[in-house]
Design a protein around this ligand. Structure first.
Ligand code: AMP
Length: 279
């Protein structure tokens, strides 16, 4: 496994792979890797000849300096895990190398990025789509893998790639949970023991909503009320039952489409996201 901080060195290394027609898979991350990230990398390995992973804590997607400063990092541990998985190349750019002094170009996906995480965190998705575009330009992957853990982000990236005619296949990776249901996230290390047990309410509320749906409840309003009630002890940011494609709230279920619950809550100051398909 080779690690590059330098863009030109990466390009020089990847060029022959491209010329030989090797299929390159790319998994962008912010590091502090866990089983969720590793599942994306395994999927990458199964679907390509070469796997590239980037680790970059992207400052432009944080709208609070304190959140950026608190973002956990463990470069050594990450590299050990990446090697074990069999990643071919790790890209660890600096922020100065990605964002030049005169940087002034932004990629923004309207519509999909305006609700939920976008409404709560001004500029967040603009930061994500911009850095992913830059990374795509540098890495030039054939396929890039994103987790359903960040479902809104995944849809926004799919939209961006389609709109900008980027010749990259976007592959979805299912959300990975702890055994007790908590969605894996690098932010979980910031949860105290009490906060962690409160955080379980998120996945529990989703599982019980899905059970209600499976038992025949077809009123999105009622399902949403159930979830909101389950989460009454948390600071809920949003609970929504949306059409997976448009991310618009649904007034009724449609068998021809896919519907999913999206939710976020602050648990003792840590922002946690979760989601689950109902149909
Ligand atoms: P991050 O390092 O948080 O930017 O995440 C990098 C990628 O890993 C994104 O595509 C995330 O959606 C994905 N990811 C993070 N946590 C999980 C999880 N628990 N299950 C599946 N994918 C995840």
């Amino acid at each position: 496994m080779i690690v590059f901080e330098d863009e030109q060195a990466l390009r020089a290394h990847v060029s022959p792979w491209k010329n030989e027609g090797q299929r390159i898979a790319f998994v962008p991350t912010m590091g502090f890797l866990h089983e969720g990230h590793l599942s994306l990398l395994r999927l990458a390995k199964e679907n390509s000849d070469k796997v590239i992973c980037s680790i970059f804590v992207n400052p432009t997607q944080f709208n609070q300096q304190s959140d950026l400063n608190a973002y956990p990092q463990d470069r050594e541990g990450d590299l050990r895990l990446l090697k074990e998985i069999g990643v071919d190349l790790v890209y660890t750019p600096t922020k100065e190398s990605l964002y030049g002094k005169t940087f002034s170009t932004w990629v923004e996906v309207k519509g999909l990025s305006e609700n939920f995480e976008g409404a709560d965190r001004a500029g967040h998705f603009r930061g994500v789509t911009t850095v992913v575009s830059i990374l795509f330009q540098i890495v030039r992957p054939d396929v890039a893998i994103f987790g359903e853990k960040d479902f809104q982000q995944l849809r926004i990236i799919e939209q961006m790639v389609a709109d900008l005619h980027m010749p990259i296949e976007i592959m979805r990776a299912p959300l990975v949970r702890e055994e007790d249901g908590l969605a894996l996230s690098s932010r979980n290390v910031r949860l105290s023991t009490t906060a962690r047990s409160k955080a379980l309410l998120l996945s529990q509320s989703l599982h019980s909503a899905r059970k209600l749906y499976q038992d025949g409840e077809r009123d999105p309003k009622k399902l949403k009320a159930h979830i909101t009630n389950d989460l009454k002890d948390l600071r809920v940011r949003y609970v929504s039952i949306v059409d997976e494609r448009t991310l618009q709230d649904v007034a009724h279920f449609d068998n021809a489409k896919h519907q999913r619950v999206l939710l976020a809550a602050d648990v003792d100051g840590v922002r946690l996201l979760d989601n689950m398909p109902l149909t």
